[in-house]
Ligand binder design. Structure first.
Ligand code: 5GP
Ligand code: ZN
Length: 138
């Protein structure tokens, strides 16, 4: 098994695990962006979000919901940023789906999800909506 996160799930390599259930495992990021930076993974390997089964996706997000308050309280944080890098071009470095929970404090100097984008759009919102509806088969 070459996937690092599958190996953490299997207990083959150590990690600071903070929560686990039948569908998902949560552990501390080895290079935290802030104290309390947690990564949550589905137990079943899936490289990208769209490869997860509905049950695995539900289990993953159930663990996100379960953890977010305790992580915030444990760190005395005011808020959290919750994010997924989905695909190599987005910056995903480990091809096993994972949700980052990063604690946030008022005035901590970090940006928002919006600040990672240069806003170079080429299409109108209406055109884009039509394309997506078509791709969905609607
Ligand atoms: P990505 O960039 O793919 O969204 O995030 C991958 C995250 O996994 C990074 O924040 C990185 O620090 C973390 N990471 C990589 N290898 C390990 C590891 O072996 N153990 C733990 N706990 N985290 C890891
Ligand atoms: Zn994996």
């Amino acid at each position: 098994m070459s996937c690092i996160f599958c190996r953490i799930v299997a207990g083959e390599i150590p990690a600071e695990i903070v929560a686990r259930d039948e569908g998902a495992v949560a552990f501390l990021d080895i290079q935290p962006l802030a104290d309390g930076h947690v990564v949550i993974v589905p137990r079943a390997h899936a490289a990208r979000v769209e490869e997860m089964s509905a049950a695995d996706a539900a289990a993953l997000f159930r663990t996100v919901v379960r953890l977010v308050g305790p992580v915030r309280r444990a760190l005395g944080a005011d808020a959290t940023t919750i994010g997924v890098n989905d695909g190599e071009a987005s910056g995903q470095t480990i091809p096993h789906v994972h949700v980052h929970i990063v604690p946030r404090w008022q005035g901590d100097g970090a940006g928002t999800v919006h600040t990672i984008f240069p806003r170079r759009t080429k299409r109108t919102v209406a055109e884009t909506a039509a394309s997506i509806r078509k791709a969905l088969g609607g």
